[in-house]
Design a protein. Structure first.
Length: 185
């Protein structure tokens, strides 16, 4: 007989737990009036993004437009607000610009890697051919070719290092400019 009594007490406790917070809330009409007053007091315009905004470019950008100077501000000479001539005009760099830049650098690095692999293969082949020859004149010619290939391989490795630094620089520049990391993937 104790089980129905426990169930009734539990149901009563749950009802109180649910009803107590609901009774402490203001009526919905009062909340709506307060929200309407809050929205009326906002003076700056806001932007609502819709699916129509996405249909134009299929992506939203995080570019921030320059805010106009508040009315009534002027420079020391009493004229209109002074233009900042020290800072160059910042061009808008969107996702396409960043993707093309990082893709170009990565493509150049990939080409340099392929050239380095081909040159390493050539150096190895020339060394194998050099060791297989007995003729001193042929060996001298092969050694000249091998040394030239080694010099070119070193230049290509230097180019690879430069391209690695360039890619890291682009990534750092994008981070400082506030570009989302996904634009560089």
């Amino acid at each position: 007989m104790e089980t129905p009594r426990c169930a009734a007490v539990f149901a009563f406790a749950v009802t109180l737990a649910i009803a107590a917070p609901a009774a402490a809330q203001p009526p919905l009409a009062e909340v709506a009036r307060a929200e309407q007053a809050r929205r009326a007091s906002i003076s700056e315009e806001s932007r609502v993004y819709t699916n129509a905004d996405l249909s134009e470019t299929r992506r939203l950008t995080t570019a921030v437009a320059a805010r106009p100077a508040p009315a009534g501000t002027s420079d020391e000479s009493g004229g209109t607000p002074a233009e900042d001539t020290a800072a160059p005009a910042v061009e808008e760099r969107d996702e396409t610009w960043w993707r093309e830049r990082i893709t170009g650098a990565r493509d150049a690095r990939q080409r340099a890697e392929l050239v380095a692999a081909a040159l390493q293969n050539r150096v190895d082949g020339l060394w194998a051919e050099f060791t297989a020859r007995d003729d001193p004149a042929a060996r001298a010619s092969l050694e000249r070719d091998r040394l030239a290939a080694i010099a070119e391989l070193e230049q290509t490795r230097g180019e690879l290092e430069r391209l690695d630094e360039e890619i890291a620089g682009i990534q750092e520049e994008a981070r400082r400019a506030g570009a989302p990391p996904g634009w560089l993937r």
